[in-house]
Write a protein that binds this ligand. Structure first.
Ligand SMILES: Cc1cc2nc3c(=O)[nH]c(=O)nc-3n(C[C@H](O)[C@H](O)[C@H](O)COP(=O)(O)O)c2cc1C
Length: 300
């Protein structure tokens, strides 16, 4: 897996002429390629990664749910300084979601796209985003949620499958639901998220009628990503069999499933072992620095 973002420039030949849904999506959001970054909270450095993705012609994103209003302003302002292209500010509508205040901070700072997940959009939220002229995406995982998203008036949908890294709201593979989601979505572009890491996978999505790919893990393993180099190396060597779905990293977001690289520490949660020997788990946790724990929590 190459560890840098391709900077291939568009050619006179339209590479998406066989994929009208992808062509419509890139035109709608104002990007060159139907490749979007998932909204991941990577802390310091995430504005740089998001801007690098957007400058390369995709759409970068930042996960801002767990940040104060000031931090939200600072990340968005930084990304805007680094790119004139569209990028998304991501908000999970659960747990630490403080609703309008964080969202307003992102919008006031000039976030051009808001990408929601884990919830249903209220008319007030949609109206707020629209009042700033920003575009709206939402990550869903079922046909019913796709229907609600269309009714709410979103610009695009990201269909997350259970293959996805990080927090996983999906209970099925995206391959199992893409037909019914596309049916409900109608003309609203549907991106696919979950286990995509190369052109072949993107082509499969486009061939099935998807409008593009939304990738998280693959963008973690780039030079521009602020993830730890050791973690990037492990990601580059890993396959899907090296990942696990766990609730170990729900961090106050009760029972939220999370896909991460298999790590011994992930078999244990709060001193209550899901498997194995509790003394060994305690010892492991004692020896882990907060930095190591948070790196273990980064999804795969
Ligand atoms: C490190 C990491 C953090 C993530 N954080 C969030 C998040 O905060 N909210 C969310 O809805 N999805 C989150 N996701 C899931 C992504 O939105 C997306 O569905 C996923 O990355 C797609 O699968 P992939 O990682 O195999 O490309 C995260 C994914 C990763 C890898």
């Amino acid at each position: 897996m190459s560890q840098t973002i391709s900077r291939t420039s568009a050619t006179a030949h339209d590479p998406f002429d066989r994929f009208p849904k992808a062509a419509a999506f890139v035109k709608k959001v104002g990007i060159k390629f139907p490749l979007c970054q998932a909204a991941m909270d990577l802390g310091p450095g995430m504005a740089e990664l998001a801007a690098a993705v957007s400058n390369a012609g995709g759409m970068g994103a930042m996960g801002l749910s767990w940040h104060t209003e000031d931090e939200v302003r600072s990340f968005v302002t930084r990304a805007r300084a680094l790119t004139a292209a569209p990028f998304a500010a991501g908000f999970v509508m659960q747990g630490s979601w403080h609703g309008a205040t964080q969202l307003a901070a992102a919008l006031e700072s000039g976030a051009p796209v808001i990408l929601f997940s884990w919830g249903t959009l209220s008319p007030e939220t949609v109206a707020l985003v629209r009042s700033f002229g920003a575009k709206i995406g939402i990550q869903i995982s079922t046909a019913l949620a796709a229907r609600k998203a269309v009714d709410a008036g979103v610009d695009y949908i990201s269909l997350q499958g259970q293959e996805a890294g990080g927090h996983v709201q999906a209970m099925q593979s995206w391959r199992d639901v893409i037909g019914s989601v596309l049916h409900e979505a109608g003309d609203v572009p549907v991106l696919v998220a979950g286990g995509l890491a190369n052109g072949k996978a993107l082509r499969e999505v486009l061939s099935l009628g998807g409008a593009g790919g939304l990738l998280g893990t693959r963008f973690l393993a780039t030079r521009e990503s602020p993830a730890h180099d050791d973690y990037k190396r492990r990601l580059a060597l890993a396959s899907s069999a090296d990942t696990m779905l766990t609730v170990c990293f729900d961090k106050g977001w009760t029972n939220a499933l999370h896909r991460a690289l298999r790590a011994e520490v992930a078999h244990y949660r709060d001193d209550r072992p899901l498997s194995g020997d509790i003394e060994r788990a305690r010892d492991l946790l004692r020896r882990c620095t907060p930095q190591q724990l948070s790196e273990a929590a980064v999804g795969a």
